[in-house]
Ligand binder design. Structure first.
Ligand code: NDP
Length: 237
């Protein structure tokens, strides 16, 4: 028996990067895993084939699509909302439609996913959202909309932790710092700048973030709720 045997886990935004590491981690730990993706069908199909997880095409910017995917999945023991987009740049010239889509994926999506999952989640369930250390700290210009979206998750987690605590359902935010993915490659042009504000001057790994998610979803974390958990190399120190 593995730790998550007989548990059903759904990961929103699981085709690549941190989400894919979370899918693999839960599948390795014995869970029945479903994950959503938006555009990366080849990556999603490959991940499904290698892990046994079920891939579901669903746009996390679309509330109706999120709710339909959760209803189709049935009661979830663990919901992980990882989908996120980064739109950076001068707020005076940035495309306002891109900012609105960021708000849809990064704020509206996790709220509606968490509430819908909680309707049928058994007592003791787990809701986890991938935030960012930028929810606490924004040391560079051009990140206002992204940071706003990740700070919003903090209030959501505190509130939903109170709403669902009587059922033993925990609600937590995992806040990575720079992590080596397509969104933020360890060899990318801004890597050195990011490392300059970190205590440990290197990118973290998607697998490291996934391990923290699995701990918070596991049996020893039942008393951890309404909290933010940074894994950021001291970016926020
Ligand atoms: P990637 O860009 O590498 O991967 C993003 C994942 O989210 C993909 O699987 C993508 O699927 C999915 N996704 C994006 N938009 C949608 C959508 N509308 N509907 C469904 N799925 C969607 O990002 P990371 O792995 O780096 O980031 C994952 C999370 O971690 C995000 O919330 C991000 O903000 C956060 N984070 C990342 C950091 C980093 O340094 N990498 C640092 C701090 C936080 P598809 O390709 O199919 O669209």
């Amino acid at each position: 028996m593995s730790e998550f045997t007989s548990k059903k886990v759904m990961v929103f935004g699981g085709s690549r990067g941190i989400g894919a590491a979370i899918v693999s981690g839960f599948a390795d730990a014995g869970a029945a895993v479903l994950f959503t993706y938006a555009g990366s069908k080849p990556a999603a199909d490959a991940l499904a084939a290698s892990t046994g997880a079920v891939a579901v095409q669903s746009d996390a910017a679309d509330r109706a699509s999120i709710i339909a995917a959760i209803r189709a999945a049935g009661p979830l023991d663990v919901l992980v909302y990882n989908a996120g987009v980064l739109v950076g740049g001068d707020p005076l010239t940035i495309d306002p439609d891109a900012v609105d889509r960021l708000i849809d994926v990064n704020i509206r999506g996790p709220y509606h996913a968490a509430v819908e999952a909680a309707r049928t989640m058994p007592d003791g369930g787990r809701i986890l959202v991938i935030g960012s250390v930028n929810g606490d700290r924004t040391p560079f210009p051009g990140l206002a909309a992204y940071s706003m979206s990740k700070s919003a998750l903090q209030g959501m987690a505190r509130g939903l932790a109170r709403d669902f605590g009587s059922r033993g359902i925990t609600v937590n935010i995992v806040q990575p710092g720079p992590t080596d993915t397509d969104m933020n490659p360890a060899e990318g042009p801004d890597a050195e700048l990011m490392h300059s504000v970190m205590a440990i001057k290197r990118h973290g790994t998607a697998e490291g973030v996934a391990k923290l998610v699995l701990y918070l979803a596991g049996p020893h974390a039942g008393g951890i709720t309404g909290a933010m958990h940074s894994i950021d190399g001291g970016f926020g120190a």
